[in-house]
Every structure is written in C-alpha cells, then in structure tokens.
Ligand binder design. Structure first.
Ligand SMILES: *Cc1c(COP(=O)(O)O)cnc(C)c1O
Length: 391
C-alpha cells in the first residue's frame, strides 16, 4: 500500500526518461507528450541547454535564501520586466503562491487607500490554485467543497461579460482589483476577447483598481506572445506566473507595474525558497532558449497547425462542439463528458488531458515540431472519432 496521500487519481504509468516531445515509461513504451506536465515543460524533455544550465548552477550554489542578494534573481527580474513592461517582481515557487502574493498585494493596496474591506472581482470557471485564498478565488464549486469557511473578499462575475461585471460593481466602494486569466485553462480553454480586456483596463484606470492577470498557464510564450494579455495589447497592474517559467524546475512570480508597485514593504511578504539560484538559472535559460530559437513564433505556427489538422480530421463529425485556443493552448470541446479519452490516449501512446468534463486539452512543449504535430493529429483524430461513435 502506498504511503502517498490520496490527492490524485493517477494513470497507471511511470516515466523513466524523456527526449524532446517524447516520454518513455519504465517498460520502454514511447508516448508523445501533448500535455508537457500541464503546461510546465516549456522546452520539452532533456533539453541540452536547460540540463547544462541546471547542472552548472547546482555545482555553484543551489540556495542561499532571500536574506542575501541573489544575482540570478535580479537578472531574471530584469528579463521578465523587459518582456512584460512591468516594473517589479516577487519570486515564489508555484502558481497558487504567485496568486496569493497578488491577492495580498491587492488587499494591502486597498487598505493603504482607506478601503477597510477590500474586495477583488473574480470570474466564473476560473482556476487560481489550491491554497485557501486561491481556492476561494477559484470559480469551481468542486475545488471549494468541504473547505468552508472560504476566504471572504471576492465578488464573482461571469467571464468575458462586461455588462455583467459593470452591473455587479455598480455603487460599490470596496472593490480594489479584478483578477482573471486572459485565457482560462482549467475552465476549458476560453480566450477572453481583446475588447473585453481593453474595457477592463479602462475601468480599472478610471476607478484606480488593479487589473490582475493570472498568467500561470497562458504565460511564457504559450499563446505565441510572451504573455497571453499581449495578444490584446493590454498591460495589467499585477501578473502571476509559474508553470512554464522554469521548464519543470518549480518557480513562480508575481509582477507589479505602475500604481501596484511599492505596496509591499519588508516584513509584508516572503518565501524561503522563492527565486533561489537553481530555479532562477532554469528560468533564465528557458527564456534565453525561447528567444534564441524563436519558440514564440513556433508556438503560434504549431498551434495553428494542430487546430487545422484536428479541424480537418473531425470535420462533419457529430459531437464536436468547438475547437479553440491560442497558440499551444488548445481545447476541443465535445458534447459529452470525455474523461475516458485520457486512458484511451495513454494506451495509444499519447499524453493528453480532459478538463471541465468535456474539453480535450492540449498543452504541448513550445519545442513541438511539425513531425510532432502530424503524430498528434494522426493519433488523436481517430481516438476522438472512435470515442464519439462508441457512445
Ligand atoms: C495551475 C494554475 C494555478 C495553480 O498553480 P500551482 O503551481 O498548481 O499552484 C493557478 N492559476 C492558473 C491559471 C493555473 O493554471
């Protein structure tokens, strides 16, 4: 019997090693990785530059704590600021921690302005993490059930619906921020309209609220831009990052700009591990490879190729609701629950995910090649057809 806490329903497979977009199980079977550890393995597996950067840093120094300067952390904050136009970065170790920092920052910002009960607008079908504050911000009853009392101070509205948001905030003087994913991931790959994000920017400027984007899943090149919101040409005041930032080495970040800067003072927030030399070396190398190998363009091109291939293969098939996404963040919505497809794909040597019950989710590494695209489309199309025909 396992001594692991029963927090995950796991597939009965373990991987011994990987190469590029492929993983190999302990029996030697190969799997095409169209999930990348849930949008984490940005550079695929065993990328020579990443492996070298991690090994070299490990041989120098792994961790020193934030009681001292960490030059790699300073360098990484410079890179992230340059790519995003943001001003300040706080480093942590995961997505929920990055969002915790954002939530704390927004509350402190509110208190600094005399708002005694600061409230953050959040979205239906959002996902922000599993800590108490982030699960309370999350728009999914399953994530919250059994963990009441929830953290208060969140006002929930429908996603991508400006009129509903305006109605919900009318007459309120306790709002300090709006928190949303520019592309909802766990919620089923829903891309916010550019006009909506622009309108939120205008609203936040007019009311001096913080516009906070959770880019934990859609950031770091996945949508073909460094950050998902750049597709809409809108800059947030606060942005959270994690998943793809370290290509598998845990690291998260909370970025602030403009009126959101200077809010935290020493003693307000912290993290023992946050931004340690090893994690920052992995993140710096990830960003360098993304740039040198033009992998943002690759994400855009390969994402379009996957969607086109799947759309062509599934044309006229009953049961397909929509194929959507941005870059290498792709959802195929079926008209019925399709969780069973995950095990069928695994059997066929394909790693995929199903989220929001009915949405096949693809999050391949940004190094995905044209050959990988063909293998994915050739493998997935017959699986989905067979699944729908058998129901
Ligand atoms: C995965 C995810 C999180 C939580 O990240 P963890 O590293 O699991 O804490 C938060 N927000 C979004 C959008 C995510 O996709």
């Amino acid at each position: 019997m396992s001594h692991l806490m029963n927090t995950y329903g796991r597939q009965p497979v373990a991987f011994s090693h990987g190469q590029g977009s492929w993983l190999y199980d302990t029996a030697g079977k190969a799997y095409l990785d169209a999930l990348a550890g849930i949008a984490v393995n940005t550079l695929g597996h065993n990328h020579p530059r990443l492996v070298r950067a991690i090994a070299e840093q490990a041989a120098q120094v792994i961790h020193t704590s934030n009681l001292y300067r960490v030059p790699r952390q300073e360098a990484l904050s410079d890179r992230l600021a340059a790519f995003s136009g943001m001003d300040e970065v706080f480093f942590c170790n995961s997505g929920c921690e990055a969002n915790e920092a954002a939530i704390k920052l927004a509350r402190l910002y509110g208190h600094d302005r005399g708002v005694s009960n600061p409230t953050i607008v959040v979205m239906e079908h959002s996902f922000h993490g599993r800590t108490m504050a982030t699960l309370s911000a999350t728009g999914n009853a399953k994530v919250q059930k059994g963990f009441e009392p929830l953290v208060s101070g969140f006002l929930r509205v429908p996603f991508d619906d400006l009129a509903a948001l305006e109605a919900a905030v009318a007459g309120r003087d306790d709002i300090v921020a709006i928190l949303l994913e520019p592309v909802q991931g766990e919620g089923g790959i829903h891309v916010a309209h550019a006009d909506y994000l622009k309108a939120l920017r205008g609203l936040c400027d007019a009311r001096e609220w913080l516009l906070m984007f959770d880019e934990v899943q859609c950031g770091i090149g996945r949508t073909g831009k460094w950050f998902g919101h750049q597709n809409a040409g809108v800059r947030p005041d606060v942005m959270s990052l994690a998943k793809g930032l370290g290509s598998g080495v845990p690291i998260g970040a909370c970025l602030a700009a403009g009126r959101a800067t200077g809010v935290f003072k020493p003693g307000n927030h912290g993290s023992t591990f946050g931004g340690n030399p090893l994690a920052c070396a992995a993140a710096l190398e990830t960003l360098a490879v993304l740039e040198d190998d033009q992998l943002l363009d690759n994400a855009l091109a390969m994402g379009a190729a996957i969607r086109a291939g799947i759309a062509a293969g599934l044309e006229g098939v009953a049961g397909i609701v929509e194929i959507r996404g941005a870059g290498l963040m792709i959802g195929i919505e079926l008209d019925r629950p399709c969780g069973a497809l995950v095990a069928q794909a695994l059997e066929a040597g394909l790693l995929i995910n199903v989220t929001a019950d009915k949405v096949v989710r693809l999050l391949p590494p940004l190094t995905f090649s044209q050959a990988d695209v063909s293998a994915l489309v050739d493998g997935l199309v017959p699986l989905i057809k067979g699944f729908l025909a058998a129901q």
